[in-house]
Design a protein around this ligand. Structure first.
Ligand SMILES: Cc1cc2nc3c(=O)[nH]c(=O)nc-3n(C[C@H](O)[C@H](O)[C@H](O)COP(=O)(O)OP(=O)(O)OC[C@H]3O[C@@H](n4cnc5c(N)ncnc54)[C@H](O)[C@@H]3O)c2cc1C
Ligand code: FES
Ligand code: FES
Length: 496
């Protein structure tokens, strides 16, 4: 049974463990305002807002793709859909502005766009006390980058977003309504929601075959695209230990943070903004707001896609993983985690059956260490990379030290280019050293051709990213302030 508030009204509903929020709404509850476009998290037509009560009793909403959100994760939450916004004949400012700006034609995308604008509007006082945070182009792009419209065009939608704040504020009556109290955990529930690591590990021992779900932004595509059926699912999003971000010092003296595996990208962003600018900027190019609100670092790593965005960055930073399972806990360097295509050190043998990622070690930036991250994809917004390069190094007396070069999209796993690293280690960043590193990439990688890029394109662009790194170093040496910054993440290039 799922207990939640739908537009302020208590709901109590039974659903199979693989039901999505979209199915629950449209087929279970007859609420058809939320549309299905792609059923894969790409178009945003199904966007809804999910509210969680914070420590001060105030509800914070995040936008989510209903098509790939497990319905059971609504337990104890508020769900807001386009049907719930108007009060009688008075429209919510997000709706009124869309009407006024003629921002809808066929209307298929409109409920999703209105819900993205709703979350932007309702969270506008976040981190502020009195005046709303200004709607900068970056905030708008971040809020609407996951909503596609094929017929109106984006200018009227943008105008609507920019004018929302001119409408009188009228908080919906259910704005801060208390969601149903959490129910006592039933360990045998088909959709299990353990609260502690001990409960999670016990569930893994009893049901090692049951898939784990965090944000569902990868796993739920199995249901919507491959029509998989799950008899039992174990949800890690309520496990307290997997939600923590804590500062730490490793045994080798390195300082940093253990990031709980179920921490979402949206929650991680402020820490990255403060300490790892290049990594933070990559997040702006990872999926959409809807995906970043739900997707987790643990899910990105466990999914082990060769084109996942964060593993190359974490490899370049020298990250480690903290794993936990029925046979105990262990730590290992991220380098040792990816074994082959979609094969990882999790469950690698009997001794490690049922393991989960508990946390990911993110090192604090060392003085003098640099990080550059460049992502190549066919589209700037909401697209998976064809090739991603993450490079980290120190310059000591004019030579490069501790060089770590990691790539996505070049092998069956995210992988370091150890031969290219060796070509640069201890060398001045000269054209000759970089030429040797580019040639060494042939020893490191034999990439494949697929829809995102040919093997030739991948080889060429990986080498070009190294050349770009050389030019950046040259530019830094010539001290043109502001020419190249750590934020310079996305090349506006097209894979072919
Ligand atoms: C529209 C769209 C755009 C996307 N864009 C990008 C992109 O630009 N870059 C990118 O890298 N990815 C992208 N993704 C993929 C996805 O969002 C990320 O990989 C995300 O980090 C997955 O996290 P999750 O919490 O949703 O994982 P889930 O889908 O919940 O899980 C993914 C896998 O990890 C396992 N798992 C989850 N947590 C744990 C744990 N703690 N321990 C062990 N196993 C675990 C699950 O069993 C599953 O096999 C996109 C996805 C969509 C739908
Ligand atoms: S239907 Fe397209 S994102 Fe959900
Ligand atoms: S109004 Fe038709 S898709 Fe946007």
């Amino acid at each position: 049974m799922i207990d939640f508030l739908l537009n302020g009204q208590p709901r109590h509903f039974a659903a199979s463990p693989d039901t999505s929020v979209l199915e629950l709404l449209r087929e279970g509850l007859g609420q058809t305002g939320t549309k299905e476009g792609c059923a894969s998290g790409d178009c945003g037509a199904c966007t809804v807002a999910i509210g969680e009560t914070g420590p001060g009793g105030q509800v914070r909403y995040h936008s989510a793709n209903a098509c790939i959100t497990p319905a059971h994760q609504l337990q104890g939450r508020q769900l807001v859909t386009v049907e719930g916004l108007a009060q009688g004949v008075t429209l919510h400012p997000a709706q009124a502005a869309m009407v006024e700006c003629h921002a809808s034609q066929c209307g298929f995308c409109t409920p999703g766009i209105v819900m993205s604008l709703f979350t932007l509007y309702e969270n506008k006082h976040e981190g502020e006390t009195t005046s709303p945070a200004p709607l900068t182009p970056q905030r708008l792009e971040a809020a609407l980058g996951g909503n596609l419209c094929r017929c109106t065009g984006y200018r009227p939608i943008r105008d609507a977003a920019l004018s929302m704040n001119e409408y009188p504020e009228q908080p919906p009556p259910w704005r801060d309504a208390a969601a149903p109290a959490p129910k006592a955990e039933d360990a045998d529930a088909a959709f299990a929601q353990p609260r502690t690591l001990a409960e999670l590990v016990e569930l893994r021992r009893r049901y090692p075959e049951a898939p784990i779900v965090a944000g569902g932004t990868d796993l739920w595509l199995e249901v919507t695209q491959r029509l998989a059926r799950f008899q039992r699912v174990v949800d890690v999003t309520r496990v307290a230990e997997l939600q923590v971000i804590e500062a730490t010092t490793l045994e080798d003296g390195r300082e940093g943070w253990w990031i709980g595996a179920a921490v979402t990208y949206s929650r991680l962003e402020p820490l990255l903004e403060e300490h790892h600018e290049a990594f933070a900027h990559l997040l702006h190019r990872l999926g959409s707001a809807q995906v970043r609100n739900r997707g987790t670092l643990g899910g990105n790593i466990a999914n082990a896609s060769p084109i996942g965005d964060t593993p190359p960055v974490l490899l370049a930073l020298g990250s480690r993983l903290w794993l936990a399972g029925p046979e105990g806990e262990r730590e290992l360097p991220l380098d040792a985690f990816f074994l082959d295509y979609k094969k990882t050190a999790l469950n690698q043998d009997k001794e490690h059956e049922g393991e989960v990622i508990r946390a990911i070690f993110l090192p604090r930036p060392e003085p003098g260490r640099h990080l550059r991250v460049w992502k190549l994809s066919k589209r700037r917004e909401d697209d998976i990379s064809a090739v991603l390069g993450a490079f980290s190094w120190r310059l000591e007396d004019g030579v490069m030290r501790d060089v770590r070069l990691a790539f996505g999209g070049m092998a069956s796993t995210p992988k370091r280019a150890v031969a290219a690293e060796a070509a640069l280690e201890g060398q001045a960043p000269s054209p000759g050293a970089f030429q040797a590193a580019r040639l060494a990439l042939a020893q490191d990688f034999q990439p494949m051709s697929d829809v995102r890029g040919s093997a030739h394109y991948r080889r060429l662009s990986a080498a070009n990213l190294l050349e770009r790194l050389r030019l950046v170093l040259l530019g830094d040496g010539q001290a043109q302030q502001g020419d190249h910054t750590d934020r310079d993440v996305m090349l506006h290039a097209y894979a072919h």
